[in-house]
Structure formats: structure tokens, C-alpha cells
Design a protein around this ligand. Structure first.
Ligand SMILES: *Cc1c(COP(=O)(O)O)cnc(C)c1O
Length: 412
């Protein structure tokens, strides 16, 4: 086989058709060849003109528009999410900002969950108003409140399937019904729950990921993707008015090839992240710690998550505990890092456990009074649970740290 072929088998298996993709490299390699070029030759001048007009399918023009490596990665992610296609960007924020600016013009309005990634919040709250795009932030778990916030100018309903950092769960079917009724686009950031939840199959119009997190999984790059219809992705790439094309947040081909290779083990990693997180969440809760994990029956949206999930990938790798005060949280995180139980770092989806105190880090863009109102307390620690081979041993060692700091009272 010396011809580059891509075969996307269109039968949707819940959230994981990646295994069925068939790629060959230029010389029959088992990995697609990396296109190490920013620009592409044309056999005829007419084809070049047609490509600019968007009429020459399969012709590459310039790597900011698209590149073979980005298309391969995009196809794999579209297969994962069950959308027609996808567009790769250089970061999650590169994906989010171009989607918002593609869907909204001056004087348009967005209804967004109030518990979202700090950067997204800052963009909607502080940056988009420069273009006269206003956002109303709501409690996304209350569908009546969401619907009441819609105005005649609303164009987008925005949320995260599992929110950062409070792990609130969005009722995607319910939100999709509202979006349909009011002719809005439902945009869902699925970064916290890849494979576990497939928003597009539940009615989301656009699904976004920060590839930086679980999907790439090796904390060596930032990256993003927009999954959607062919029509919307074409709009994003349009040379005349496409936000992705014109804002220019394009991933380099070498990196796209690297992310694609990591993506292939995502299903195994997610199972282990979920297994370990579920184990720790249960233990922490039994120890009397204030623990939030969607897999716990005590989680207000446990049943909702269950009704949406692709079971075998579990409830994800993220959990939070509240140790009461920021000083305590800091002490515990430093001690856990000293004992090599994880790293005091933002971000998620790494093989090591990562922990941070969101109130003073990743969500510090959100003013303190608003943090309080949404239940984001000072002593909150967000964990991205790693791929530890013996999670019980990790638990025992974390427990020792907690006892030393009087977070856990010694049991009789
Ligand atoms: C990290 C993150 C982003 C931003 O992605 P970058 O790759 O850092 O630009 C967006 N949404 C969520 C939920 C995230 O965790």
C-alpha cells in the first residue's frame, strides 16, 4: 500500500471509533506521514483559485488553513465525538475564542454556565464585551434559570459537560432542547470528560476540547479542537471570514502527529483515571472529608451523569476535597508533593496526580464574591488523579499526610 488512504468507518460506537480509523503513511507506514510544509504546490493556477474560493476539496493551500496532519487528528477526534468533522487549533482557548467569535457578532448575547474554565470566563466577561458581545452567567444546573436568561439577541448557550472546578454536570439533552426552541447553538466544552460523555450524541451543536489535558495526556503541549458539522467547520476555515483561519490559532503538524499518537491510548488511560479517582473519592468520603466526585451517590448530579455516560469509561479523573482553609490546602499539597504523591501544578490528565487550589489559581479570574456565591471555597483542592498502578498504596500515603496535618483525626 503506497497510497495515503483514510477510511473513516461511519458506524458510531459510543465515543470511541478511533480504533477503526485506517491511516497509512506515504510509504505504507503504520502512522500517517507528517506534512512538514507550510505551503503547497498546485499543478494548475486554476486549482489554486478554486481552492481560495473553497471549491477544491482535498487540496491543501496553506497550513494555517489546514494541513494533512491536522486533518488526521481532526478526523480521529470527530470519530471520537461522533461529529461530521473537526478543526484542530493551537490551544483550547484558540478553539473556544474562535467558536464564540464565529457564532456571535456585535450586539449578540451568550448565556453561559457560571462555573467554567477561568480563561473562558475571563474571555466572555472581559474581552468579548469589547466587540459588544455580552454574556449572562447562570447556574447551568437550573434549566428554568437558563431559559429565563435568553433574550432576543442570544445566539449561544455555553457550558462544560463537567464543570471546572466544581464538577457540576450539565444536562446536555435538556440544554439542547432549550437551544432548539430558541434557535441557539449549544456549545459544550468536554475537556473534563472525554469518552465518558459524548455531547454531540446528546444534542450539542459544537463540542470543544482542550487537547492539553486528558486527550494528549502527557502535559507536553497545549492544543485544542472544535468538533461539529462540515458546514460549521468550513465556516471556521473560510479564508474571507473564518475565525480559525483569520485569528490564526493553528497547531503545528509535528505536534498534531504527536497528539494523534497519544490519543490512541486515551480509552485505556480514561479507564484507569476513572478507576483511581472513584477509589480515592470513596475512601476520602468514608474518612469524613467533604468530597465531590460525580461517581459518588452523594453528588447532586450523579444520576444525571449516569444517564449520559458511556459506562466503561467511568466518571472521570477529577475530584475535589475541601479541607476548610487555604493554608491547610497549601500545607497538604506541599506535603503530598514532597512525598512524591503528585505535583502541585495546574492542568489535568497527566500520568501523575496533579493538585491545585482553584480559588487562588485556575479560577482566580473569578472575583472572590462570585467564587463564594458559586460555592468555590478557599480550602478547595482540585485533584486530577493520575494513572497510579496501586491506588490503595497512594491512598494510604495521602492519609498519613492528612493525619500529620490534623486534616484527618486519627480513628480509634
Ligand atoms: C485548560 C482548559 C481550557 C483551556 O485550554 P488551553 O489548552 O489551556 O488553552 C478550556 N476549558 C477547560 C475545561 C480547560 O480545562
Amino acid at each position: 500500500m503506497n497510497k495515503q488512504t483514510t477510511q473513516n468507518i461511519m458506524v458510531f460506537k459510543p465515543a470511541n471509533s478511533i480504533q477503526d480509523l485506517q491511516y497509512f503513511g506515504e510509504f505504507g507506514g503504520v502512522n500517517p506521514s507528517i506534512s512538514d510544509s507550510s505551503t503547497y504546490t498546485f499543478l494548475s493556477a486554476k486549482t489554486m483559485f478554486d481552492t481560495f474560493e473553497g471549491n477544491a476539496d482535498g487540496c491543501y493551500l496553506y497550513s494555517r488553513h489546514s494541513s494533512p496532519s491536522n486533518l488526521y487528528l481532526g478526523e480521529a477526534l470527530a470519530a471520537m465525538e461522533g461529529t461530521e468533522t473537526a478543526n484542530i487549533s493551537a490551544s483550547g482557548m484558540g478553539a473556544i475564542t474562535s467558536v464564540i467569535l464565529q457564532l456571535c457578532s456585535a450586539s449578540d448575547h451568550i448565556v453561559s454556565s457560571r462555573t467554567i474554565y477561568g480563561g473562558t470566563y475571563a474571555f466572555l466577561k472581559n474581552f468579548a464585551p469589547r466587540f459588544n458581545i455580552e454574556t449572562t452567567f447562570v447556574d447551568i444546573t437550573k434549566l428554568d434559570v437558563v431559559e429565563a436568561a435568553i433574550t432576543k439577541n442570544t445566539k449561544v448557550l455555553y457550558c462544560e459537560s463537567v464543570s471546572n472546578p466544581l464538577l457540576e454536570v450539565a444536562d446536555i439533552k435538556g440544554l439542547a432542547a432549550i437551544a432548539k426552541r430558541h434557535d441557539l447553538k449549544l456549545v459544550v466544552d468536554n475537556t473534563f470528560s472525554p469518552l465518558s460523555i459524548s455531547p454531540a450524541t446528546l444534542g450539542a451543536d459544537v463540542v470543544i476540547h482542550s487537547l492539553t489535558k486528558f486527550i494528549n495526556g502527557s502535559s507536553d503541549t497545549v492544543g485544542g479542537v472544535v468538533c461539529g458539522t462540515q458546514e460549521f467547520i468550513n465556516d471556521l476555515r473560510n479564508v474571507n471570514d473564518g475565525a480559525s483561519m483569520l485569528l490564526g490559532s493553528t497547531m503545528d503538524s509535528l505536534r498534531a502527529a504527536s497528539v494523534l499518537k497519544n490519543l490512541r491510548t486515551l480509552h485505556i488511560r480514561m479507564q484507569q483515571h476513572s478507576f483511581n479517582a472513584a477509589f480515592l473519592a470513596k475512601k476520602f468520603k468514608d474518612d469524613g472529608l467533604k468530597t465531590v466526585y460525580p461517581g459518588l451517590k452523594s453528588h447532586p448530579s450523579h444520576e444525571l451523569f449516569k444517564s449520559m455516560m458511556n459506562k466503561k469509561y467511568g466518571f472521570g479523573g477529577m475530584l475535589t476535597i475541601d479541607v476548610g482553609a487555604l493554608e491547610k490546602a497549601n500545607e497538604l499539597m506541599e506535603l503530598m508533593q514532597n512525598r512524591n504523591l503528585g505535583y502541585l501544578a495546574v492542568s489535568l490528565g497527566f500520568y501523575k496526580t496533579l493538585f491545585s487550589a482553584p480559588g487562588s489559581s485556575t479560577s482566580s479570574e473569578i472575583p472572590e464574591d462570585e467564587q463564594k456565591e458559586m460555592g468555590l471555597s478557599n480550602g478547595l483542592i482540585r485533584f486530577s488523579i493520575g494513572l497510579d498502578a496501586d491506588i490503595d498504596r497512594t491512598y494510604q500515603l495521602v492519609r498519613v499526610c492528612m493525619k500529620e496535618l490534623n486534616i484527618l483525626k486519627p480513628k480509634k
